[in-house]
Design a protein around this ligand. Structure first.
Ligand SMILES: [Zn+2]
Length: 494
């Protein structure tokens, strides 16, 4: 070989059959000569799994193998594709699960009493659904050991795998299906999962059933005993609100109520709750569990903030089995004054007698001030004066303004009866606000949006049975609070 021709160095001995990169090194990298021996050079990867068993056996199995060309690479070929990743995960899961189950069922054959191997009665298989695919594993039935079979002549057997996974599905898969089922329609949840993971496509009925089972498990956890009681000086605030969702045809009414809310104690993360009163076996248990989880104990004072409906504070009373303090939600109260204020503002832009208008504006401002300071009786008297000012506006002006004042008077009388009906629940919002205590359900209103409107609202065009609505609401509240992970396999399987 002439000294002028450098000896080629193969860049990497492992480079596959279809092509090699030949390098003729001479001096710095910039002076090297690179050639591709034949065809396109490719890079290849092999993923191997090393399994080490309980008794020290080591086995290496190939999980996946893929390659990419080096020259002419397109953007689509960069890194692992979703399909490849799904294949790798599915294969990895199959290999892990089959070895794991083999060892598990083998060890399950050992009789706990006499330490002898029990007889394997047959060699049936079972499928296990997981997030990373459905895997078929050996699930032999094992005969009961003669040492504990008192009946002697009867051949009893059991399957250790069925005891471990009674419904052939990993708890994690069920939890994630329920999580997605509480966020999206069941059909969409199934589609999302199988789009991103190698799990077998689940139909909407499967996802619905699993969401329902998770809801039942959450309700079973309804343990009212607080783990970490809060000091009795702290106020437990329940903000509670309701939403209407569309009911399935054949139901008594076209709409169903879903009750949602939050339990707040200063210094703790708020805890959400949700239920459909018509679909729940024991709705007050759900409330009681939420109170207990926030450290509430019987005897501690509870404040309920809600709008004027008596049903909601009564639910909380039933849950605590004690009197509770009800505060009318400032948000709802303020919203009742808003249309009056806006109408007056609209009138001020017209060519009218200003004196009665200004008197009416000052009057409604006083009503707002009195209500903010918790004086419903004075606010009521002021509303009577407001009605006189509205009459004055009508008298001193022409027809179009009279129409507006008629609406003003209607809103005024509605506000009066709202204030009268809820007078006991109107407190000094001013004092509460300045001592950093909640005055409104605006945060519970957020719950209505998150729980009822987002998943069950009219835009979803879904109709709900009371039971179905209840269960999805329960799971959705738990998902939003990040409580789903706390539900263990046994609790769901039970
Ligand atoms: Zn035995």
């Amino acid at each position: 070989m002439s000294p002028s021709v450098p000896i080629p160095t193969v860049w990497n001995e492992n480079i596959g059959e279809s092509g090699k990169i030949l390098v003729f090194p001479s001096g710095p990298v910039d002076d090297w000569q690179v050639q591709f021996s034949r065809g396109d050079a490719v890079v290849e990867w092999r993923i191997r799994l090393e399994a080490r068993s309980g008794w020290g056996e080591v086995e290496t199995i190939e999980v996946a193998h893929f390659k990419r060309r080096v020259v002419g690479l397109t953007a689509e070929e960069i890194g692992l594709s979703l399909d490849e990743a799904k294949q790798v995960l599915a294969e990895l899961q199959r290999l892990v699960l089959q070895t794991q189950m083999e060892e598990y069922t083998f060890c399950a054959r050992v009789c706990p009493a006499c330490r002898k191997m029990r007889r394997q009665r047959d060699c049936r298989t079972r499928t296990i659904q997981t997030l990373f695919g459905t895997v078929t594993v050996d699930a032999p039935r094992i005969s009961i050991c003669p040492c504990s079979n008192k009946l002697g002549f009867v051949d009893l057997s059991f399957s250790s795998l069925s005891e471990l996974l009674p419904d052939r599905c990993t708890p994690e898969l069920r939890r994630i299906q329920a999580d997605l089922g509480a966020r999206h329609s069941f059909r969409e949840a199934g589609r999302l999962l199988s789009q991103l993971l190698p799990c077998s496509p689940a139909n909407h009925a499967t996802i619905r059933n699993r969401t329902h089972r998770v809801a039942t498990a959450i309700e079973a956890l309804s343990d009212a005993d607080p783990e970490n009681p809060s000091p009795s000086s702290k106020e437990t605030v329940v903000m509670i609100d309701g939403a209407h969702i569309r009911a399935v045809p054949g139901h008594q009414s076209r709409h169903l109520d879903v009750t949602v809310g939050k339990v707040e104690v200063a210094g703790r993360k708020p805890r959400r709750f949700a239920f459909a009163p018509k679909g729940a076996d024991r709705p007050i248990d759900i409330l009681r569990a939420a109170l207990g989880a926030q450290g509430w104990r019987p005897g501690q004072k509870v404040t309920v903030i809600s709008d004027g409906e008596a049903v909601l504070p009564n639910l909380v009373r039933a849950a605590t089995r004690e009197p509770v303090r009800h505060i009318l939600d400032w948000f709802h109260l303020s919203m009742r004054m808003r249309p009056i204020e806006q109408m007056l503002l609209g009138l001020s832009g017209r060519d009218i007698q200003l004196r009665p208008l200004h008197a009416a504006q000052a009057s409604i401002e006083r009503v707002r001030h009195l209500l903010w300071h918790g004086r419903p009786a004075q606010a009521d008297q002021e509303l009577v004066r407001f009605a006189h000012h509205s009459d004055d506006i009508a008298r001193s002006n022409t027809d179009p303004e009279r129409v507006v004042t008629r609406d003003l008077l209607r809103h005024c009388s509605e506000l009066r009866s709202y204030v009268q009906n809820n007078r006991r629940a109107i407190v000094s919002y001013h004092r509460r606000y300045h001592s950093d205590r909640p005055i409104s359900t605006s945060r519970a209103q957020g719950c209505v949006d998150e729980i009822a409107n987002a998943r069950m609202g009219r835009r979803q065009r879904m109709r709900w049975s009371p039971r179905g609505a209840h269960r999805v609401a329960v799971v959705r509240a738990a998902v939003l609070d990040d409580r789903l992970g706390a539900i263990s396999r046994n609790q769901i399987a039970a």
